[in-house]
Ligand binder design. Structure first.
Ligand code: CO
Length: 208
């Protein structure tokens, strides 16, 4: 059986490096976490949340799934959101997609992929909702990338419509939901300018 010693070695080195700059780093973290942001991103290994925004352990609360979806019946994602908002008092929720997302590609392919097609059906529905715009884009890569952007905006809207965010807004809690997209080929984040911090702003944007 292959043992994964390299990973343990890497881990020891990593912990050592952190302690070099801050000898009480882990001791402090063990007492509490106070992240300022909730990150909802794709599981893709090329989009490591903390690393691309230069944040250390303790600074980013993270939920990742295939194609960064926020589905109203997904207790996993909703529980993360509830904890982030009610307990950690996080004020910024970032939905971050990425160009060339394999989940988005699979969602619009006309061949079966097994169980995951049930999850990706949410994206396929989006494709049909924006079918006119989709068909008008002739380049397949561009079409996928546009759907990646539309998907982020749609998930921002889903976050805003959860009972968790709606209740928090009603109670006067400040929460802004952001939609970003990451370029795997250049390592850069783009703001899709779909930030929402109230019901009124959500209506104004008219995202579906
Ligand atoms: Co992806």
């Amino acid at each position: 059986m292959e043992n994964l010693n390299t990973l343990f070695e890497n881990n020891r080195q990593w912990a050592k490096d952190i302690l070099k700059t801050d000898p009480v780093f882990f001791e402090k973290l063990s007492k509490q976490q106070s992240p300022k942001y909730l990150w909802i991103g794709c599981s893709d290994s090329r989009v490591p949340a903390n690393e691309i925004v230069g944040l250390l352990p303790g600074e980013l609360f993270v939920h990742r799934n295939v194609s960064n979806l926020v589905v109203h019946t997904d207790m996993n994602c909703l529980s993360v959101m509830q904890y982030a908002i009610s307990t950690l008092n996080i004020k910024h929720i970032i939905v971050c997609g990425h160009y060339g997302c394999g989940g988005i590609v699979a969602a619009i392919e006309d061949r079966p992929h097994g169980l995951i097609d049930n999850w990706l059906r949410n994206v396929r529905d989006l494709y049909y909702l924006y079918e006119k715009e989709m068909i008008a884009i002739k380049d397949p890569t561009e079409r996928v990338n546009r759907l990646c952007e539309i998907n982020v905006a749609s998930q921002v809207f889903n976050v805003c419509n959860t009972t968790i965010v709606q209740d928090a807004w009603n109670l006067g809690q400040e929460i802004t939901v952001h939609g970003w997209i990451y370029g795997i080929n250049d390592g850069l984040l783009r703001d899709l300018n779909v930030s929402v911090s109230s019901v009124a702003e959500m209506r104004q944007l008219g995202i579906r």
